[in-house]
Design a protein around this ligand. Structure first.
Ligand SMILES: Cc1cc2nc3c(=O)[nH]c(=O)nc-3n(C[C@H](O)[C@H](O)[C@H](O)COP(=O)(O)OP(=O)(O)OC[C@H]3O[C@@H](n4cnc5c(N)ncnc54)[C@H](O)[C@@H]3O)c2cc1C
Length: 438
């Protein structure tokens, strides 16, 4: 009988172990707790939610709502247990974190195909099937080992990302395409500000609420990658010489350069997503929406990812992984969870689930059909393993990384999203008919 080592009993590791074990694969699940705790983990039990107890929206016109619906259909342990331990949270799914973690642990411990080993893994056997799901706060000894396996230049320790918005949510009448000094093919989308608009934006930015840093995050200093609000506090005009520099950027037909310009850079091959250049920030998510929506053209922007700056160990998946979450250079090694560059509790669990399903089918000698980007769970696996992504940053699920409907339709965005969800769930049903949930 085949055997797989799974490293880390977090959201991704538990999901992968359970998916494998339910398909008849023997699993050795390694977890460093309770001997070793990361700076953010405190419970002895598995699948610990280290921060919020919310698993986010449950609505199907929302990307994460769709991802959850797909996972439920595919037999997700995390979804099943969340349902059993949920607490009232309006349109969102939130859980009693202790009960949730305990129930997941009980199910894992009771599984006849799973052996739990409480041990910090420091070495990976490269000829044994292994799923590495050690999370964003992977222990330092394992980090050293990962450097050996992936190459040091392919391992990142900090996530300093600017917000990403969908192109379709921008007010294109207010923005202009162009590169600084016309050096390029007009690749950037530029948002001009006059003096009054800049002043209002500036005041809102420097007084906006920021996320308090955890003790272990304070040591990380980034010259050249400073939070936008910190830079702004250095002086009223500092941003005009930094990310809001207008020099060399003039809308067609304009006599003068604007007072300030915010630039948006294409973020995916399909040009459906754009990041706000230089806007890495510690602002709270709600504050980012409020303050950045003051930028002309971004009034109704849909943020598919907010800016973050936190410790986060992740690999350069577009270079290293295939869409089965397998290491291209070694057929025995797989990665799952936040360490692959998916972002969020549900996204992490979904990668563990899909990785487990694919690997179990392979080991059981069954056909493996890779889910495409018309489904949320497939789109995420393809996004992180998409070799054309140049500047890789972790990504939440969103409709922007999923396939278009394939036909033109005049409908509100939420209706189009619902149609994408219906299409995706129908595809998952087809997948299930082929036995992929088993
Ligand atoms: C401080 C912080 C707050 C976050 N808050 C949120 C939030 O509110 N909402 C959200 O959606 N996402 C949040 N995230 C992002 C992410 O969703 C979570 O980190 C999520 O838990 C990732 O799941 P995972 O399974 O990849 O890793 P984890 O859940 O962290 O699981 C990894 C497991 O591996 C174990 N491990 C590590 N190294 C070893 C080793 N060498 N040997 C054996 N075991 C090992 C760990 O003890 C842990 O149990 C946060 C991340 C961080 C760091």
């Amino acid at each position: 009988m085949s055997q797989v080592n799974v490293i880390g009993a977090g959201l991704a590791g538990c999901e992968a172990a359970y998916a494998l074990a339910n398909r008849g694969i023997k699993v050795k699940l390694f977890e460093q707790k309770p001997e070793n705790y990361s700076e953010a983990h405190h419970m002895e039990t598995f699948a610990e939610l280290v921060c919020s107890n919310s698993l986010r929206s449950d609505m199907l016109h929302n990307g994460v709502g769709l991802l959850k619906a797909e996972m439920r259909k595919l037999g997700s342990l995390i979804m099943e247990t969340a349902e059993e331990t949920k607490v009232p949270a309006g349109g969102a799914l939130a859980v009693d974190r202790e009960l949730f973690s305990k129930r997941v642990t009980d199910k894992i411990m009771a599984h006849e195909n799973i052996e739990v080993i409480h041990q910090e893994v420091c070495h990976i056997a490269e000829d044994e099937y292994t799923v590495i799901a050690s999370g964003p706060l992977t222990s330092s000894k394992l980090v050293e080992e990962l450097k050996r396996i992936t190459g040091e230049e392919y391992l990142y320790f900090y996530d300093a990302a600017a917000p990403i918005v969908t192109k379709e949510s921008l007010d294109m009448d207010k923005v202009f395409f162009g590169d600084r000094y016309d050096r390029g093919d007009g690749d950037y989308i530029n948002c001009s500000m006059n003096r009054d608009e800049y002043e209002a934006f500036y005041e809102a930015l420097i007084s906006a609420e920021v996320v308090p840093l955890k003790e272990f995050e304070k040591e990380v200093v980034f010259e050249g990658c400073m939070p936008l609000e910190t830079m702004a506090k250095r002086g009223r005009e500092t941003l005009l010489f930094g990310p809001l520099k207008p020099v060399g950027l003039k809308p067609q037909g304009a006599e003068r350069e604007p007072y300030a310009v915010v630039q948006l850079r294409q973020d995916n091959k399909e040009a459906s997503l754009y990041n706000i250049v230089g806007f890495q920030t510690h602002l709270k998510f709600g504050e980012q929406k409020r303050v950045f929506s003051m930028i002309p053209g971004l009034e109704n922007a849909e943020f598919v990812r907010y800016g973050v700056m936190h410790r986060n160990t992740f690999i350069n998946s577009p270079k290293l992984l295939n869409c089965r979450y397998g290491l291209k250079s070694n057929p025995y090694i797989f990665f799952a969870g936040q360490i692959t560059g998916v972002e969020g509790y549900i996204e992490s669990a979904s990668s563990g689930l899909l990785c487990g399903i694919y690997l179990a089918r392979k080991l059981n000698g069954k056909e493996v059909v890779e889910l495409d980007s018309a489904t949320a769970i497939g789109a995420l696996s393809r996004y992180v393993s998409n070799g054309t992504v140049a500047q890789f940053q972790p990504m939440n699920i969103n409709f922007g990384i999923m396939d278009d409907l394939g036909y033109r339709i005049k409908a509100k965005k939420s209706q189009r999203n619902m149609m994408k969800s219906e299409k995706s769930l129908a595809l998952i049903e087809e997948y299930i008919e082929k036995g992929y949930n088993l």
